[in-house]
Ligand binder design. Structure first.
Ligand SMILES: Cc1cc2nc3c(=O)[nH]c(=O)nc-3n(C[C@H](O)[C@H](O)[C@H](O)COP(=O)(O)OP(=O)(O)OC[C@H]3O[C@@H](n4cnc5c(N)ncnc54)[C@H](O)[C@@H]3O)c2cc1C
Length: 451
């Protein structure tokens, strides 16, 4: 695919249809109408609204309602479902692997890199084989299915050791994603136990392992301490300044000398930039990210790399609103707003107008920690307001519904919450969904063979 196939229009190639990529594509279309050709490449055919994943893991939101289908949202733009494997900016070409085809070589006039991040894992024995991340919808679904199935299995076994193992859930990393995922999951279990007369809350063990001396650094020290105390009061075991040493075969060993069996180990101990960036001739900084100028052009040794823009989790962008030397934290709040600025700056580049720097004042941070529970900060002008409990839970839900792409998905999420308020949350786990052909294979195996 080269520029001649775009009818002489400037071709903008967007890598990643996540928070940054989807917003850029939408706003570029609004800014330039049919005067631009846009292609979005993503290995998934949808955007995942990650801030809602903890509620998916807790059964409060249907998994499909946190996904925005790229082809439906980005009508008029070309969407390619494929995996970027190489960026050759010297040739203005990106290599994309698609199912069953020879690699596509896609050329561009303008490139937008929004390939996000991946979990930052460590070489801990057993981690790769036994743990699961919490960044994608299938992971949140699997965590929920595992927890709910474990309850059902534990209630039906007489073996004490098996029961203990089934009812021990381990989360590693007490930042936003980990603390929210754990707190929401614990709340779900607490709610679900009413249907399990054979199980008691004290049979269930939730463990959070955190290397630092605090959790939720994103909401500040005081609210982090408040959340820590609240979670401990709920019976969650939080091990601060503790490391996961190993988890071979689900046997967890921590640096404080503790050892226990756990059927579920969720790894949320930080992120790193998408490693595919190392397969590119674009300049990366020491952390493997693309350094951006304040106008979101990628920074080269001698100034901007012409025609290449980037943002979101795979970049380091100056945070002009926070002051000299500060950079934007990796979150959806920035990724979405960078996408809007980036779209406008590409339109300006095409029209020969001066670019504008990215400037966004932090609106605040809010975490839900189960039904009606949460912590958060809200900035109103220069005023910082700290929220606890119901107000922050309501604030977080309201903000994320506002930020979730498409009206249909917003409505579906709200509809699900209403249904849950009326009829309690769904308590079913379907671990068999990972092997949907198993029952059929068993049936086929029992069919007598033809002589
Ligand atoms: C559990 C959880 C909770 C969170 N809660 C909040 C919150 O409350 N508030 C907040 O502001 N932020 C939150 N975040 C962070 C926020 O979701 C991210 O910072 C944001 O999504 C980053 O946007 P992005 O566009 O850079 O990356 P993403 O949205 O991750 O998009 C990257 C896209 O690139 C695609 N991709 C990756 N590699 C390739 C490849 N090789 N080829 C093709 N496509 C590829 C991916 O499929 C993905 O669609 C949360 C994150 C998680 C995991």
């Amino acid at each position: 695919m080269n520029n001649t196939t775009h009818g002489g229009l400037p071709h903008v190639l967007i890598l990643g249809g996540g928070s940054l990529g989807l917003t850029t594509a939408e706003h570029l279309r609004k800014a330039l109408g049919s005067d631009v050709a846009i292609t979005v490449v993503d290995s998934r055919p949808y955007l995942t609204y990650q801030p809602f994943l903890p509620e998916v893991g807790a059964g409060s939101i249907d998994p499909r309602n946190v996904l925005a289908p790229l082809r439906k949202v980005l009508t008029g733009s070309k969407v390619i479902t494929g995996t970027v494997s190489e960026i050759r900016n010297a040739d203005k070409t990106v290599v994309v692997q698609t199912e069953g085809d020879a690699p596509l070589e896609i050329s561009y006039d303008y490139l937008v890199v929004g390939l996000g991040s991946v979990p930052r894992t460590l070489p801990i024995p057993g981690l790769a084989e036994n743990a699961i991340g919490f960044k994608w919808v299938e992971e949140a679904v699997a965590v929920r299915d595992r927890i709910l199935s474990s309850l059902a299995e534990a209630a039906s076994t007489k073996d004490a050791a098996t029961r203990k193992r089934l009812l021990t859930f381990t989360f590693v990393g007490g930042g936003f994603a980990g603390a929210e995922a754990l707190a929401e999951a614990q709340d779900m279990v607490h709610d679900t136990l009413r249907y399990y007369p054979d199980l008691h809350a004290s049979d269930v063990r939730f463990v959070l392992i955190e290397a630092m001396g605090r959790i939720l650094p994103e909401v500040g020290e005081d609210l982090g301490k408040f959340a820590l105390n609240q979670l401990r009061e709920r019976g969650i075991e939080i091990k601060l300044e503790t490391f996961l040493n190993s988890c071979e075969g689900g046997h967890v060993k921590t640096s404080d000398g503790d050892e226990f069996e756990s059927d579920l180990i969720v790894w949320t101990a930080g992120i790193k930039p998408n490693p595919v960036l190392s397969q590119s001739d674009l300049p990366l900084n020491q952390t493997g990210r693309l350094d951006c100028l304040a106008d979101l052009r990628v920074k080269g040794e001698d100034g901007p790399v012409e025609g290449v823009f980037a943002g979101g989790d795979c970049t380091t962008v100056p945070d002009l609103a926070s002051g000299e030397g500060k950079v934007c934290p990796p979150n959806a709040q920035h990724a979405v707003r960078q996408g809007k600025r980036l779209a406008d700056n590409i339109a300006r580049s095409i029209q020969g107008r001066p670019l504008v720097d990215y400037y966004h004042k932090n609106l605040g941070t809010m975490a839900t920690l189960g039904m009606y529970k949460g912590v958060g900060t809200l900035f109103l002008g220069d005023r910082k307001i700290e929220l606890k409990g119901l107000p922050s839970w309501l604030g977080a839900r309201a903000y994320h519904v506002y930020a979730m792409p498409t009206f249909a998905k917003k409505a579906a999420v709200i509809g699900g919450w209403v249904a849950q308020a009326v009829g309690h949350r769904d308590i079913l786990g379907i671990p068999e969904s990972e092997e949907p052909r198993r029952a059929f294979e068993l049936a086929a195996a029992s069919t007598p063979k033809k002589n």
